[in-house]
Design a protein around this ligand. Structure first.
Ligand code: AMP
Ligand code: MG
Length: 487
């Protein structure tokens, strides 16, 4: 275990130089204080979790102090936002403080979000508010606990600094950890500004640091792109299987590592709704829940375009062609497991689709349905669950197919079925209304609810004593929350 001043830095991205990022110092927050920290994320840096409670922790992650070896940099990138190219984005309110490596030799980027203005701030104030910082913290750690690749969050630091959004709020910072902060938009920036040498330098950097095994392939850049396609197909399959809606899948928010990245007005589905739009500024539903699948491919095509100086168009097209079949295979595999199935049959896709249609028509809670399905034998579970469906006959017909399918699968004992299903079907997810309750308390200075919710969500598959209120359907007010996209 390390103390805070014992972190070891190795700032590989900073060493790429000024064409890739700009040196900027964090702008400190007034009266910084710890809102919440993640022990699991601290362990990634070998940090002793008790250091989170020390004043120097809030000073470091509230922008007052820096390690001598930290090299705070704002990265430059561009990207496609809602389908249109924006030539100038970049870290407008976040800084890469440096790269820290841990005892097992893993490097982690330390990125401080809400750290003040940078050359890429455009009209923005460089700040992040407490509300959105808490949401990013909770989501990063909750996704990770569900087994969905994501950037991580070390802590949220609150403050008394006023920040104006629709009304006056308070500034906060979230310390984000990721193995890399390089986005599709980094490659687009150097492609569209016609800087092939720097683009090649960036590609070499990514290849050496994050895809070294691709070096062994006859065409390393192509192998790397294929890997990015595969990882994104798998990531989006997980989002779809667990009901996660990202909300702002612009190419500047897509990670070259295939992790969930840059949280805005995201949501987990309460009732199943394929057409759900969590971002209220997304009037056309470009980033609706079901559109995440084709948008994943659209974003990969934008990256492919930026890689045309290195890879032939035919090879890029062929690699892009892997996306949908891979997505479908991962998705179906996850959904089979959510249904408790251990074997594969040709009609499983139809079984899933039919169920989702019934859930959609009746507004059935997506998370609780699967959890309850595993509580007891298939026959008993479906009798209990049928009351949630308006179309009882439709559900009964599905239930007959399901029971027969389970029979052919060989279900094992009820205990085995429960253990198998509960291990993949969470009881607790980050519902918007739960986040909202925690935020309301935190905004009045009470951080206990954020901490409790974080704790519950860190073991989403385990039933936790006294935490029943976190495993309920949302109250009516909680279903219609409008999450502001200002952050
Ligand atoms: P986001 O919607 O958070 O992914 O941000 C899109 C772009 O706007 C990125 O370049 C951000 O750095 C920038 N940005 C967002 N909010 C702010 C802000 N309050 N101040 C400065 N830049 C911002
Ligand atoms: Mg972003």
């Amino acid at each position: 275990m390390k103390a805070l001043d014992e972190l070891t830095f190795d700032n590989r991205f900073a060493r790429l130089g000024d064409a890739f990022s700009t040196h900027v110092l964090p702008e400190p927050l007034d009266e910084p204080r710890l809102v919440v920290a993640s022990d699991a994320a601290m362990a990634l840096l070998d940090l002793d979790p008790t250091v989170a409670e020390t004043p120097v922790f809030a000073e470091l992650f509230g922008g007052h102090k820096l390690w001598a070896e930290a090299e705070p940099r704002a990265m430059v990138y561009s990207g496609h936002q809602f389908g249109s190219y924006n030539p100038q984005l970049g870290d407008g309110r976040g800084l890469l403080l440096g790269e820290v490596y841990n005892a097992v030799g893993e490097h982690w980027d330390l990125h401080l979000k809400g750290a003040g203005q940078t050359p890429y701030s455009r009209m923005g104030d460089g700040r992040a508010v407490l509300r959105s910082s808490i949401r990013e913290f909770l989501a990063s750690e909750a996704l990770h606990a569900l087994g969905i690749p994501s950037s991580r969050a070390l802590c949220v630091i609150g403050s008394s600094t006023p920040v104006w959004r629709e009304k006056q709020e308070r500034g906060a910072m979230v310390l984000r950890l990721a193995r890399s902060h390089i986005r599709f938009g980094h490659f687009e920036y150097f492609y569209y500004t016609k800087k092939p040498e720097q683009q090649a330098e960036l590609a070499e950097h990514v290849l050496n640091l994050h895809y070294p095994e691709c070096r062994e392939q006859p065409e390393p850049y192509l192998a790397m792109f294929r890997e990015i396609v595969e990882r994104n197909a798998e990531l989006i399959a997980k989002w779809q299987a667990y009901g996660f809606c990202h909300g702002v899948m612009n190419t500047d928010n897509m990670s070259i590592l295939g992790i969930t990245f840059d949280f805005g007005p995201f949501a987990f589905l309460d009732d199943f709704d394929a057409h759900f739009i969590c971002n209220h500024s997304d009037h056309e539903g470009r980033y609706s829940f079901s559109n995440q699948v084709p948008i994943g491919q659209w974003n990969l095509s934008a990256l492919a375009q930026a890689l045309t100086p290195f890879i032939s168009v035919d090879a890029l097209k062929e690699a892009l062609g892997l996306y949908l079949p891979l997505y479908q295979a991962h998705y179906l595999d996850l959904m089979r497991r959510r249904l408790g199935l251990t074997t594969a049959e040709d009609d499983d896709q139809k079984l899933v689709e039919r169920l989702l249609k019934l859930m959609q028509n009746s507004g059935v809670d997506y998370t609780l349905f699967f959890r309850r399905l595993g509580d007891e034998s298939a026959a008993l579970a479906v009798t209990r669950l049928r009351d949630d469906f308006v179309d009882r006959a439709g559900f009964d017909a599905w239930a007959e197919l399901y029971k027969a399918r389970v029979e052919r699968d060989g279900d094992g004992t009820e205990e085995q079925r429960r253990a198998r299903m509960h291990a993949v079907n969470p009881l607790y997810i980050l519902r918007n209304y739960l986040a909202q309750n925690a935020i309301t308390a935190a905004e009045s200075g009470d951080y206990s609810e954020v901490r409790r919710l974080h704790e519950v969500l860190s073991k989403p598959f385990e039933e936790q004593a006294g935490m029943e209120q976190y495993a309920q359907r949302p109250p009516d007010w909680g279903k219609h929350l409008e999450i502001s996209c200002s952050s």
